[in-house]
Design a protein around this ligand. Structure first.
Ligand SMILES: C=C(O[C@@H]1C=C(C(=O)O)C=C[C@H]1O)C(=O)O
Length: 385
């Protein structure tokens, strides 16, 4: 094959890819129009039966074109997820017209290319309004800026599939005067990054935020004679690595590229599926439509009697409310007292949920709803292949 033929073939591929993008944008616009019907007819945004039938038809047709079922399912699950999350965000905006302004000032940890910034982009790309980014170096600066009205939203990591809960953020939520209004999950692909020309064997210092260090502990144990340097964010870790000879940082390949760093090693997290969940906080709570999957987060402390926590949790069971997270944290200043963080698959406007919260009162010393928000963790349907 000649060079010219290769160029011609690549031109064809480029053209097909552009057409695919045009079609995806068109598909998304049509899905947006479906929202109007769902609002007027009070139907849930998600229609699993339709998704199942759609996937099975595509898999069967795709097979006749020589494409395999796994590939078709993967591609279309992403398309459906995008479609549903966009529609849900539209519905939410319709219900809370003031929720997003023409300009949304968003504060998060780190700067260009930090994992939090990637989560901010993912969440706000589905929502209208101009994004103004305010990078911070501490979690409490984020909630502080939202409380003082210097930012409209704050985005904070709350848990990770490898390292678990981010305690500092849970502790902040005990006292911060903010409401959780959203969540977003983002896959975190840690890499080792360094100044161009550096070899992995040359480094004697590794900069990073404590969270990525925890998530990559097995890789770090395998490094010989390397000193760990804790930084405020992955952004500051990467900047430090740029200025220090024989050093490297843990961060995303995207961020590294932006700062002029080279990737020395990819996929260094303990688990190959490494995802972080972030919460979005604002000063005021939002109303969440009953037509979309919803989470309610609350904190409570139970009375010091035998079985108080079990009694409290039984209320959710009796009312068939799914509990998706339970976390306990010490109360600062009160040794051995615990406060419990609870995430429910529930909408605070549902009378059944309201009733459950009333019934909880005798078993708790204190209870506060942290927020009710659109759940972004969609359970994919499983088509017959
Ligand atoms: C667009 C719709 O809403 C959702 C998105 C779908 C899609 O993008 O194909 C399919 C079913 C629904 O979960 C619809 O109901 O048709």
């Amino acid at each position: 094959m000649t060079n010219e033929t290769l160029h011609a073939l690549r031109r064809d591929i480029n053209e097909i890819d552009s057409e695919l993008l045009i079609l995806l944008a068109k598909r998304r616009r049509i899905a947006h129009s479906v929202v109007e019907y769902k609002i007027n007819n009070n139907k849930p945004i998600r229609d699993e039966a339709r998704e199942q039938a759609l996937l099975e038809n595509l898999i069967s047709y795709g097979k006749s074109l020589g494409l395999d079922a796994y590939y078709i399912n993967n591609v279309f699950q992403r398309i459906l997820e995008d479609s549903v999350l966009h529609q849900q965000a539209m519905l939410q905006q319709n219900l809370n017209p003031e929720a997003l302004g023409t300009t949304n000032r968003v504060t998060y940890l780190g700067g260009q290319g930090s994992y939090s910034q990637l989560a901010v982009h993912k969440y706000f790309s589905r929502r209208p309004g101009k994004l103004v980014e305010l990078g911070c170096s501490q979690f409490d600066e984020i909630t502080g800026a939202v409380e003082k009205g210097q930012a409209d939203f704050g985005v904070l990591p709350i848990e990770n599939t490898s390292s678990g809960s981010i305690n500092e953020v849970f502790d902040l939520l005990q006292h911060a005067q903010v409401s959780i209004v959203g969540e977003v999950t983002h896959s975190v692909e840690h890499c080792v990054l360094a100044k161009p020309g550096t070899e992995l064997g040359d480094i004697n210092k590794l900069f990073g935020h404590p969270q990525p260090f925890a998530q990559c502990s097995r890789f770090i144990q395998g490094l010989d004679q390397v000193q760990l340097e804790h930084c405020d964010s992955t952004t500051s870790a990467m900047k430090a690595a740029l200025e220090c000879e024989h050093s490297a940082a843990i961060g995303s390949a995207q961020a590294g590229k932006h700062l002029g760093l080279e990737v020395l090693q990819t996929a260094i997290a303990n688990q190959s599926e490494n995802h972080s969940r972030f919460i979005v906080v604002a000063r005021k709570p939002l109303q969440v439509s009953m037509q979309i999957p919803t989470k309610t987060s609350l904190i409570m402390s139970t009375s010091q009697q035998v079985g108080a926590l079990a009694d409290a949790l039984m209320i959710f069971k009796q009312r068939e409310i799914n509990l998706v997270k339970l976390e306990s944290r010490p109360v600062p200043g009160n040794p051995w007292e615990e406060v419990f963080y609870v995430d429910l698959e529930a909408n605070i406007d549902d009378p059944n949920v309201n009733q459950a919260l009333e019934e909880l009162k005798p078993f708790t010393e204190f209870i506060r709803v942290l927020g009710c928000y659109q759940s972004e963790s969609l359970k994919a349907v499983t088509p017959k292949m």
